[in-house]
Design a protein around this ligand. Structure first.
Ligand code: FE2
Length: 457
């Protein structure tokens, strides 16, 4: 059984020495919004997490049955389907679904399978006036009603009213389209409510898809996902950014179907033995090397305030309505949200949205994606098409400096997979506070995958 989720007392629980995130917010030059003042630390126990969740094909099969066939999941952006007849293929763990922009302006989703002999209806995204199977030509209207059966005289058993494409639930939020393969699923509002409340101030419908990068990674999808769910690994994996990142000062909050890690920028890690100088902090943030010019900043300036002000000016042209309302923290911190099971939009002006999925039914590889959502003024720019990186192509080929940091994360992934296949220790051990988001993900997996009866009642 999953451990019960208990709220912890932020005043008395074990925390890193040094400044807390809330104390950093006290120094903000602007009014801090209530959403950043929320604290929701939880106690989900301290039991190890079984390795089989990452290494077992049988566990993957249970995930497909109880999770991926049942849960709300992000399929695409609305801007990917701007016109009537636009279709998007969304695949998850060996299953394929078709999202369609219909004549009435709403989105419908269907299993991507012909009702005749089962062939996938569409392999590629595109635009069409009808959904016609390439095998024998059975054809449906965009709204799922049967349109045409070649040589219909030979199918006396096919009745129009019984031969509509089965529809699965869809929903939109923040410019994203979600689907649920389960026709009897719980309401979308239950899935999104915690995050929707907290993102009222950070309306992602106002942003457009500036880039979309995907790559197949050689590890279970949860190994890849969990590499982006805590800042505790920064010390070991990204030591070059410790001088400017309050890794262990991160605040970790957990609600029912949503969690977040906020890692402060422009503040040195408490793990460093010596306090870095101001220019060392700046050089670490901008990834400057010997001989590079260091941006001029008045000596002793509050770096969070200084670089938040600079960010306001950079963003002013694209977000003139919001930029002056946003506090320093919203411009310089890493506000990394997760909605179970695999949707990771960042808050405020940070542009990242991650998604991690199994790669078909191979439980030892996954699809990792990073979408960048950018504010814009005037007409909505065209969304960027997805760019798939080849096996040996680094993330930096698409994402520059951020991609170099991802490469450090990616370097660990197959080694974690191999280590978990090898180890004599039956489970992984998690930190109580800093890795609470990882533990929460597994708490939810326990509910969905190991105790599905509870979820189905
Ligand atoms: Fe990382």
């Amino acid at each position: 059984m999953a451990a019960k989720m208990k709220l912890r007392n932020p005043q008395t629980m074990a925390r890193s020495p040094g400044v807390t995130y809330q104390q950093l917010l006290d120094e903000d030059s602007k009014e801090v919004p209530p959403v950043l003042r929320l604290q929701s630390p939880v106690d989900l126990g301290d039991a190890d997490i079984s390795n089989e969740r990452y290494t077992s094909a049988a566990w993957h099969d249970l995930e497909v049955k109880h999770l991926w066939r049942k849960v709300w999941q992000f399929a695409c952006r609305e801007e990917d389907l701007p016109n009537v007849g636009d279709t998007h293929r969304y695949d998850i763990a060996g299953l394929s679904f078709l999202v369609v922009h219909t004549e009435t302006g709403d989105y419908k989703a269907y299993p991507n399978a012909c009702l005749h002999r089962g062939r996938m209806l569409k392999e590629f995204d595109g635009n069409s006036s009808e959904l016609r199977c390439p095998f024998h030509g059975f054809c449906w209207h965009l709204n799922g009603e049967l349109k045409d059966v070649p040589a219909r005289w030979d199918f006396p058993q096919v009745k129009d009213e019984d031969f509509s494409l089965p529809e699965i639930p869809t929903a939109t939020w923040g410019g994203f389209i979600f689907i649920n393969p389960d026709q009897d699923c719980a309401p979308f509002a239950d899935f999104i409510k915690d995050m929707a409340e907290q993102f009222e101030r950070w309306d992602l419908t106002k942003s457009y898809k500036q880039s979309h990068t995907a790559k197949i990674m050689p590890a279970n999808w949860k190994i890849a996902q969990e590499a982006f769910c805590e800042a505790y690994h920064v010390n070991g994996t990204h030591p070059q950014i410790l001088k400017s990142l309050g890794d262990v000062n991160s605040q970790v909050d957990v609600w029912d179907n949503c969690a977040r890690v906020i890692t402060p920028g422009w503040t040195p890690s408490p793990l460093l033995e010596a306090q870095p100088t101001q220019s060392e902090v700046i050089a670490a943030t901008f990834d400057l090397r010997e001989g590079d010019a260091i941006p001029e900043v008045p000596e002793g300036a509050d770096l969070r305030q200084h670089f938040a002000a600079a960010a306001r000016e950079t963003l002013r042209a694209d977000a003139p309505d919001r930029v002056d309302e946003y506090c320093d923290a919203e411009l310089v911190d890493n506000i990394d949200y997760t909605v179970f099971p695999n949707f990771h939009p960042w808050g405020a002006f940070n542009r990242i949205v991650y998604r991690f999925r199994p790669n078909g039914n191979d439980h030892r590889s996954c699809i990792m994606e990073c979408i960048m959502l950018a504010p814009f003024s005037g007409e909505r720019p065209e969304p960027a098409p997805i760019r798939w990186l080849e096996e040996n192509e680094p993330w930096s080929a698409a994402l520059g400096f951020l991609g170099k940091v991802f490469e450090q994360d990616a370097f660990n992934m197959p080694k974690v997979q191999q280590g978990l296949e090898t180890t004599y220790k039956p489970g992984v051990t998690l930190a109580g506070y800093q890795e609470a988001k990882v533990r929460w993900l597994h708490h939810k997996l326990t509910e969905w995958v190991e105790n599905p009866a509870k979820e189905e009642t």
